[in-house]
Design a binder for this molecule. Structure first.
Ligand SMILES: [Zn+2]
Length: 252
């Protein structure tokens, strides 16, 4: 039998034991999520759940129907579509792809079946939802009490952790949504971090130049959420699995 080594990029899936993961794999479909793609709008039925690999998805809450503010950031550490875990089929937020990259997705009906039967997946998702709630509540406080420059530094660190690359693409407009400020506020904050030689920002391309300096520039919310997340994730490193080629889902 032909075997291939499959890297499981998403840490929730990587934490599920091999046998259970092989079963899930039959219903998982590899996809590429593209910058700017909307996976759900508030009030819409959730048709798929997504386990990001190299991709990054923002959860945005809307005010007055058009003002968007980021409340959560999901990368390889999590899953998009957590309301299904809690028995809800409708999204309350906009899920917007802010980093192009790989993900695995599963149709909601299949996910509900798998979630009910797969205890390791249940355990991982309950743990993850707890840390996502911590991230969302800390973000609410952060948006209210901390200045834009420290919030931008925090957001860049959160992104850096998830994409595992020093370079990523981000427009002023997107950053404005992430931070809930106008473009001019984003420009001033980015210029301040650039002046301190912590980042380079050019035409939407961000390069992290000094990770330690950026940590010092960020508000404490970054550490608070990371400590809680890391504590919950202890021991869940990315792993590889040997799997027969026949069990692999088809590429999109
Ligand atoms: Zn903060």
């Amino acid at each position: 039998m032909i075997e291939t080594v499959l890297e499981i990029e998403n840490s929730l899936l990587a934490a599920v034991p091999h046998t259970a993961y092989r079963h899930l794999l039959a219903r998982l479909e590899p996809v590429t999520l593209t910058f700017g793609e909307v996976l759900y709008e508030p009030g819409e039925t959730i048709r798929h759940v997504y386990f990001p690999g190299a991709s990054l998805v923002s959860l945005l809450t809307l005010a007055d129907g058009h003002l968007a503010l980021e409340v959560g950031l999901i990368g390889r550490d999590g899953m998009v579509g957590t309301p299904l875990v809690l028995g809800h089929t409708v999204s309350s937020v906009r899920a917007l792809v802010q980093g192009t990259g790989t993900a695995m997705r599963m149709a909601s009906a299949h996910f509900r079946d798998e979630f009910r039967l797969c205890l390791p997946l249940q355990k991982e998702l309950y743990r993850y939802i707890h840390s996502l709630m911590a991230q969302i509540s800390q973000t609410a406080a952060c948006n209210r009490f901390h200045v834009v420059e420290t919030r931008l530094a925090r957001w860049l660190l959160m992104t850096h952790d998830r994409v595992k690359s020093d370079q990523f693409r981000m427009t002023h407009e997107f950053l404005g949504h992430m931070l809930g400020v106008r473009r001019v506020g984003v420009t001033k904050a980015a210029q301040a971090l650039q002046k301190r030689k912590l980042i380079r920002y050019s035409r939407g391309d961000i390069t992290v130049l000094d990770r330690t300096g950026l940590e010092a520039a960020a508000c404490e919310c970054y550490e608070v959420v990371k400590d809680m997340h890391d504590g919950a994730q202890a021991g869940h490193a990315m792993r590889k699995i040997r799997i027969s080629a026949a069990a692999l889902p088809l590429s999109p």
